[in-house]
Design a binder for this molecule. Sequence first.
Ligand code: FAD
Length: 455
Amino acid sequence: MTTLAADLARLAGQDALREGGDYLHDSTEMQGLAGHADAVVAPPDVAALQAVVAWCYERGIALVPRGGGTGFAGGAVPLGGVVVSLERLDRVRSLEPEFWRVHLEAGVTTGRLQKLARDSGLYFPPDPGASAQSHVGGNLACNAGGPHSFKYGVTREWVTGLEAVIAGGRLVRFGGATRKDVAAYDLRSVLCGSEGTLGFITAAWLKLIPLPEAQVALVASYGTAAAGIAALRRVYGHGLRAAVLEYLDAGAVAASAAAFPGGIPAATRFLVVTEADGTAAEAAALAAGLAEALGEGALRVDTLDTAAGRRDLWRWRSGVSFAVRGVRGGKMSEDVAVPFDRLEDALVLGEEAGRQAGLPTCSWGHAGDGNLHATFLIDAGDPDQVARAARAAETLFAGVIELGGTVTGEHGLGLVKREQLARQLGPEEMRLMLAVKAAFDPKNLFNPGKKVVAP
Ligand SMILES: Cc1cc2nc3c(=O)[nH]c(=O)nc-3n(C[C@H](O)[C@H](O)[C@H](O)COP(=O)(O)OP(=O)(O)OC[C@H]3O[C@@H](n4cnc5c(N)ncnc54)[C@H](O)[C@@H]3O)c2cc1C
């Protein structure tokens, strides 16, 4: 055992030490990214985490917070230092269904939180795709979104309080169970989306809502992207408050159609998935409105109003990313977002960037939020293809910034997009970002080299 490991074992317990292995990468492994660490530790509780952070911070040792390791930005990929996994901070401190709230630790998985809520007749709407593995702490650190963010917003909007371990191992708390609180600067929101660069989120107080009585999904197939995009615009134009508004382009349809429950028309080149929820009467009325808006120019519109039908649909939807990856064995997937009215421009931009790089492309994503998973298909073992995909991504980023959009709508900057922030922000905004980082982390030891780096 190294001296460092021996010290960490003394601080957090012998059983807190972990082998590097899986802790050295996240979902960017699909594009061949892996890091290196001097040690990996999983503290059993907040007090042990504080001890580890205090000890490392004092000695100038970098700390890399790790949740479920599902991130798509390389945020949890270590560039040396100590990886600190939050997997053992998994206690539900209180669940109070009668007050629609839960107070839990960062290492609880997203799927467990969703089930806890459901079993109490409640609902936690943020639904990033890898819910069995991702942690609530990781969702908070990335301010994760998902299909239902269209109606219900991203993770931050469900947080009333956060607890965190900051520089020197000190414990801080912003907010709590109170639903409205405007007393202070909103450091809760600063920590949400901070990607482990300001400290460790250890616990959160989250809002829940009563589970909608009914949820009805609709799937509309189109022969062209233009017909599908016109349908998406009609949903907005008709003022239909859908819970989700997703799309798949021709390439994403081709990769995933075989697994689509019940099949889709062979001529489908664009697919729209939407959902109506509310009381049974509300959901039925909204579903009828959506069917009408989507019907014009569609090859087919299917309505799925049984729990089994919806379950199969969402199971298929969460496999789309893997089906696309399967086409060539690897992929570089971006998560750019643009104002909704520029969605079509962004789709064309992604295709054009791929064409210039000589790589097959496709995209799918959260159309209602203008959030695209523009994807370049690669063999991750081929450095030339990886380099060409990186160039295509650069072209895409420049284009979406011109469209008034962002280089990341949900996965964060992490390691892979850290240079992009200075392109998207002006020098004054960038100065403030660096000042926030320095205020929380004067020694630059929390996940250094990620998210906010000096240009
Ligand atoms: C199949 C698939 C589908 C996905 N779909 C979506 C989607 O729809 N929407 C979406 O937003 N994302 C999606 N993602 C990306 C990913 O699941 C989310 O970003 C998720 O929130 C990451 O959580 P994690 O626990 O796995 O974090 P990790 O990957 O472990 O870490 C992510 C970042 O957060 C930091 N971090 C983790 N925990 C803490 C903590 N407790 N305190 C401080 N910093 C911390 C890490 O340092 C790192 O920078 C998907 C991923 C996969 C594989």
